[in-house]
Design a protein around this ligand. Structure first.
Ligand code: NAG
Ligand code: NAG
Length: 403
């Protein structure tokens, strides 16, 4: 009997180890507050897993984050998940009075930075400095939005193409860079996402960007790296303080879904060490991964050059550019300084704002390939349970993301 069981177990293991991905769908359970597993194999369809929806309304198995689909042996409890209500509203700035810069959210004038130079006010929940161009100042945040403190005087931030020495001198959404092959060796303010493929640049303000001035890059494979300066959103480091915009890694086949896990995904990459060969494309291979799918598909890793990734990133950029914010805002309520427009969008669970979180989680982070596979093509109920940690309250653009 034992032997027969053992053979049977081996058979199951064999079926199990096929490269097909499991299907995740939902089924409700009756009268059971505690469930042993969040997902259980479907009795009739061995490859399918039922994500249990509990009997209460909005009640799902407790999520366990971005675990891979292979790690489903977790005990779990039924929990009510209420996508629309959100958490209890935190009162902003309770412990951090008086650091709001112009454009920041405020409840009273006490939330705004006030000094000998600026008698800031709080008007319609927005901090407003009392200074203007030419006013005396000691620190940048004494000055109004779009200005910085230069030799104790508020001066206008530098616009695109104007010279600069430090990052903070440029308008918000610009960086102080030197275009290496230009005739004059001046640093100028460059708008974000502006530089073309092949453009060589150096940072005027390496400290601001925490640039590692790596000594020996010679003979090392160039690393494609996310870039806010390049139109392609990708750059490589060629020298101590020498960078070049390059096309971002892109899947050769735009449809990222595959029949099985472990399929070869061909990724076009642009990492030749010679800057003149910036357009030379080479192939590298990565493997498709299973996630919590509704149709048994595996997914190639999402790359910065792929359509969905670009969509996620630029959606957020457009949103951000529509805000009126100071470049000196901390944009973090914990610090007592967050741009009012951003604050309002966050309170409203703005989907375009959330798309940057998606971009980071599915493209930039170290475990992004698995997070992408786990969340692509979810069943809505799977998104509300197994991958709830990822989606939070953001189910409104659910279909956008899965196309
Ligand atoms: C920037 O340009 C202005 C006007 O052309 C000049 O007066 C100033 O010295 C320059 N600043 C730097 C940092 O090069
Ligand atoms: C990359 O792979 C594709 C598909 O296999 C092939 O057609 C193409 O020639 C390859 N490119 C390079 C540069 O090897």
């Amino acid at each position: 009997m034992k032997l027969i069981l053992a053979i049977f177990a081996t058979l199951i293991a064999l079926v199990y180890s096929r490269d097909e991905c499991r299907v995740f769908s939902c089924s409700s359970i009756e009268n059971e507050e505690r469930v042993k597993h969040c997902a259980e194999r479907d009795e009739n369809d061995f490859g399918s897993w039922n994500v249990k929806q509990c009997n209460q309304k909005n009640s799902f198995c407790k999520t366990f984050g971005f675990k891979s689909p292979g790690a489903l042996q977790y005990p779990a409890r039924c929990e009510v998940i209420e996508p629309e209500e959100g958490e209890e509203e935190e009162k902003p700035f309770a412990n951090n009075l008086g650091v709001g810069v112009e454009g920041d959210h405020c409840e009273s004038y006490k939330d705004c930075h006030r000094s000998y130079y600026s008698k800031a006010k709080c008007e319609d929940n927005v901090c407003k400095a009392s200074t203007k161009e030419g006013s005396k100042c000691k620190v940048h945040i004494d000055c109004p939005m779009g200005h910085f403190c230069d030799s104790k005087t508020c001066v206008k931030s530098r616009k695109a193409g104007q010279n600069c020495t430090k990052e903070i001198e440029c308008e918000i959404g610009h960086s102080c860079l030197q275009l290496v092959e230009h005739d004059n060796q001046e640093n100028i303010c460059i708008p974000d996402s502006y530089l073309d493929d092949g453009v060589l640049f150096s940072y005027a303000d390496t400290g601001f960007f925490n640039i590692k001035e790596t000594d020996n890059l010679e003979g090392k494979q160039l690393e494609p790296t996310f870039s806010s300066h390049c139109e392609s959103i990708n750059q490589v480091q060629l020298g101590k303080n020498l960078f070049q915009c390059r096309k971002a890694d892109t899947n050769l086949i735009p449809d990222l879904s595959r029949k099985a896990k472990g399929s070869n995904c061909i990724i076009q990459t642009y990492t030749h060490e010679d800057p003149k060969m910036f357009e030379l494309q080479t192939n590298k291979t990565e493997k498709s991964l299973c996630g919590f799918n509704k149709d048994s598909k595996a997914w190639c890793p999402l790359k910065a050059g792929d359509k969905i990734a670009q969509y996620l990133y630029f959606n957020w950029v457009d949103k951000k550019n529509s805000f009126k914010c100071s470049r000196f805002s901390q944009n973090d309520p914990q610090t007592g300084s967050i741009c009012h427009d951003l604050f309002v969008a966050q309170q409203a669970d703005d989907e375009d704002l959330f798309s940057f979180t998606k971009f980071k989680a599915t493209v930039l982070n170290p475990d992004s390939a698995q997070v992408w596979a786990n969340t692509a093509n979810n069943n809505i109920c799977v998104a509300k349970s197994l991958t709830q940690d990822f989606w939070g309250n953001h189910f409104a653009t659910f279909s956008h993301y899965t196309h």
